[in-house]
Design a protein around this ligand. Structure first.
Ligand code: FAD
Length: 526
């Protein structure tokens, strides 16, 4: 009998495709969702795991982008504020409001003025006027460990926090429910061409090396930081190139870095803003923004210099906590695709997205997690040249299927845990709860993740390797010491039968996962 992955390949071979999307991050997933709702037969292929690229390594913010406003980019801020509102409304439990505190010290009156003006514009854009100003006394109540020398007050910004990988997967899931087909660990190595330009792709199954040609009216290159690699197959390229910028984060326990709020931390030397933020029961510190010169085929990892830079910022702003490298639970690094304009300072490069057609290949890159829906609509507008006219590209429908009002959870799961689960799984949360065994609706210690989420993912979420389960379907590899090694025996008990792995396979998976974790998520860095 065919397993789920084999069934997907049978479908790929059998169907005729209108659209092939290369790249299974938030951009590719968003395009697939907007395409299938317009009855476009769509296939998405991802070389590694879904959201393996930048979409599982971001700052976890769904944000309007106050920084973009300060840079005068009103359009991007306005669009982001609108999309943030939409996601907050549609995905409570996965996208939630939180307060981001900016602290001010003596001599910063001009910066304060700029931020207050920016916040006024921000409030007008979202048509939501809230209290921002905090006196020193109120600020210290909220953030007791902050450096208080010369502190003059704070401003609270309202933003939203998410789990980026789950957000990307939720979008992908929505697209699949409506007929889209997606497969992970399938790499596009070659573009197929006819006299009109690109007409398909050769995909390679990275699990067994099988190759397959797939034809489509339109091929979309949504490979983020990798976008230029496929363009090498095109003769007539334009001048656009991606400048890969790496951003890294540190993860701490809330005991060592107790913050109830997110706080903007201006780095004492570079003067760049960083932040500290409660996330999934832990606290993350971010982020760097530097040119990524490593080969893109190698998974991004933090460097020792980045660790020092981020630690320096925390130590400067929380001098009494004596935070050190020993307190770091995990690290994660992502590569931001920004379109190169040759600016000396990486942080000054525009974060807007770009879409362009070249010889039948539509490339989409840049932008933000927050604006994925707008990026998708923009891409589809340009794809109409080959796909033909598409209905209602400007419509304002809900993006996700609304929750059914069933109360089947009563007595099993309530309150925040339930909302969190529904945000991540929509109506499938009902079945997730129903298949949970005794004790599996409890949280894995040190995280907000339920044991049942592992069972669900192993059974239903295209897990190919153990790292997919530990780092992306759940985030426990980033939240627990040593990548959650201590819990692997119980995880094995739950997941091994569902993944149909024999003992040798499980042992190998554990070994490979722990090696990847050491290389890319420990403090060892490069
Ligand atoms: P990716 O997620 O990288 O997806 C591209 C995919 O293409 C990859 O998974 C890759 O494996 C695949 N691929 C490549 N080549 C091939 C091939 N040949 N065949 C098949 N598949 C292929 N945005 C926000 O809104 N909020 C934030 O707080 C935020 N913080 C950020 C912090 C950092 C440090 C960084 C780096 C980015 C941040 N961003 C943030 C930006 C956001 O994360 C990215 O814009 C977004 O994730 C890009 O998604 P994508 O789908 O375009 O790219």
């Amino acid at each position: 009998m065919e397993n789920e992955r084999e069934k997907v390949f049978t479908t790929i071979k059998k169907e005729e495709w209108d659209l092939v999307i290369i790249g299974g991050g938030i951009t590719g997933s968003g395009i697939m969702r907007e395409a299938v709702r317009r009855n476009i037969r769509t296939l998405l292929v991802e070389q590694r795991d879904f959201s393996w690229g930048t979409s599982s390594r971001s700052g976890q913010l769904v944000h309007g982008g106050l920084r973009y406003l300060e840079q005068g980019n009103f359009k991007l801020t306005f669009k982001s504020v609108r999309e943030r509102g939409r996601l907050l409304h549609e995905l409570p439990g996965l996208v939630d409001t939180f307060g981001l505190m900016m602290t001010f010290y003596k001599g910063s009156w001009f910066r304060q003025l700029i931020v207050r003006l920016a916040l006024l514009v921000y409030d007008i854009m979202s048509w939501n006027f809230r209290k921002h100003k905090f006196s020193v006394k109120d600020l210290i109540k909220r953030v007791p460990n902050i450096d208080q020398k010369n502190l003059v007050g704070g401003l609270l910004i309202y933003e939203s926090v998410t789990d980026d990988s789950r957000l990307a997967f939720r979008v992908l899931q929505q697209a699949r429910e409506e007929g889209g087909v997606a497969v992970n660990y399938c790499k596009v190595n070659n573009l197929l061409k006819d006299k009109n330009g690109v007409c398909g792709v050769t995909i390679e199954d990275m699990c067994n090396g099988d190759k397959l040609d797939v034809y489509a009216k339109q091929v979309i290159n949504a490979t983020g930081a990798w976008v230029d690699i496929l363009r090498k197959n095109i003769k007539k390229t334009n001048q656009k190139h991606v400048r890969p910028l790496r951003g890294s984060h540190l993860v701490f326990s809330a005991d060592r870095l107790p913050v109830s709020n997110s706080i903007v931390l201006i780095h004492p030397i570079s003067k760049r803003p960083g932040f500290v933020m409660p996330w999934e029961g832990r606290v993350i510190v971010g982020n760097t923004d530097i040119d990524h010169t490593t080969d893109l085929s190698v998974e991004a990892a933090i460097t020792q210099d980045e660790i020092d830079y981020l630690l320096e910022n925390v130590q400067y702003h929380f001098p009494t906590l004596s935070v050190s490298r020993d307190d770091i639970i995990a690290t994660f690094s992502g590569v931001r695709p920004v379109v190169d304009s040759g600016k000396a300072d990486p942080s000054s490069e525009s974060r807007d997205h770009v879409v362009w057609q070249e010889d039948g290949l539509l490339s989409v890159t840049g932008g933000k997690l927050t604006t994925f829906r707008l990026i998708a609509l923009d891409a589809l507008k340009k794809a109409q040249k080959l796909l033909g006219p598409l209905p209602d590209l400007d419509q304002e429908q809900t993006f996700f299927t609304p929750l059914e009002k069933a109360t089947v959870f009563t007595g099993k799961l309530e309150g925040k845990r339930l909302i969190r689960l529904q945000g991540r799984h929509g109506n499938q949360a009902v079945e997730l709860v129903n298949i949970a065994k005794a004790g599996e609706l409890e949280e894995i210690p040190g995280t907000l993740t339920l044991w049942a989420e592992l069972r669900w993912a192993a059974k239903n979420e295209a897990v190919v390797y153990l790292e997919d389960l530990m780092l992306r379907r759940t985030r426990i590899g980033l939240l627990l010491g040593q990548g959650g090694k201590e819990f692997l025996p119980r995880i094995r008990e739950i997941c091994q039968p569902l993944l149909e792995w024999n003992d040798d396979k499980w042992d190998l998976e554990e070994q490979q996962y722990l090696e990847t974790w050491q290389r890319c998520h420990s403090v060892n860095g490069i």
